[in-house]
Design a protein around this ligand. Structure first.
Ligand code: FES
Ligand code: FES
Length: 161
C-alpha cells in the first residue's frame, strides 16, 4: 500500500510523517511518532482512551485516519505539561486525589477534562460526569476523577489560568 506524506501541528510543533490510508491517527501517534501517551483501549470508538484534541475538538484518535489530519492542529497528553515540565493543574490534581490506578484511561480522561474546562471553566459535578461520559475507567469508580477535575477547575479559576 502506498504511503502518504502528511504535515500537522502536534502540541505546537510542526510534525511530518508518512502513513498508509488505513492507518488511524492513533496508529500514527503511537506507531509512527512513538507518542505512546495516547492509549489504545478498544480501537473502535468505545472507551475514550485515545482522546486527543483535533482542531479544537476532542475526538477519538482511533476513529480518525492519519491522512485526514494534514494541516490540522492536534493536542495530545504529551502537550499538557509546560515546556518547563511543570504539570498541568489537572495532572497535579489527579495525583493529589489519587484519581488513577492502572492509569490506562488517564491520558484520555485528562485530555477530555482539559477540553471540558476550556469550554466551561466552572462546571457542576454533573457537567463533569456528563463531559467525561465517553471515557471509561475500570478502576477508580470515577468519584476521585470527578473530584480532581472540580478541584483543578477551582484552582485554574483562582489563578486565572
Ligand atoms: S481506543 Fe479509541 S475509543 Fe477506545
Ligand atoms: S485507572 Fe485503570 S482504567 Fe482508569
Amino acid at each position: 500500500m502506498s504511503r502518504h506524506h502528511v504535515t500537522a501541528t502536534i502540541n505546537g510543533d510542526e510534525v511530518e510523517f508518512s502513513c498508509t490510508t488505513d492507518q488511524t491517527l492513533l496508529d500514527v501517534l503511537r506507531g509512527e511518532l512513538h507518542m505512546t501517551g495516547t492509549k489504545n483501549g478498544c480501537g473502535s470508538g468505545d472507551c475514550g482512551a485515545c482522546t486527543v484534541v483535533l482542531d479544537g475538538r476532542p475526538v477519538n484518535a482511533c476513529l480518525v485516519l492519519g491522512v485526514e489530519v494534514g494541516g490540522a492542529t492536534i493536542e495530545t497528553v504529551e502537550g499538557m505539561a509546560g515546556k518547563d515540565r511543570k504539570l498541568h493543574p489537572l495532572q497535579q490534581k489527579f495525583l493529589d486525589h489519587a484519581a488513577l490506578q492502572c492509569g490506562f484511561c488517564t491520558p484520555g480522561v485528562l485530555v477530555m477534562a482539559k477540553a471540558l474546562l476550556e469550554k466551561n471553566p466552572n462546571p457542576s459535578e454533573s457537567e463533569v460526569r456528563f463531559g467525561l461520559a465517553g471515557n471509561l475507567c475500570r478502576c477508580t469508580g470515577y468519584d476521585k476523577i470527578v473530584r480532581a477535575v472540580l478541584d483543578a477547575a477551582a484552582e485554574m479559576r483562582a489563578s486565572g489560568s
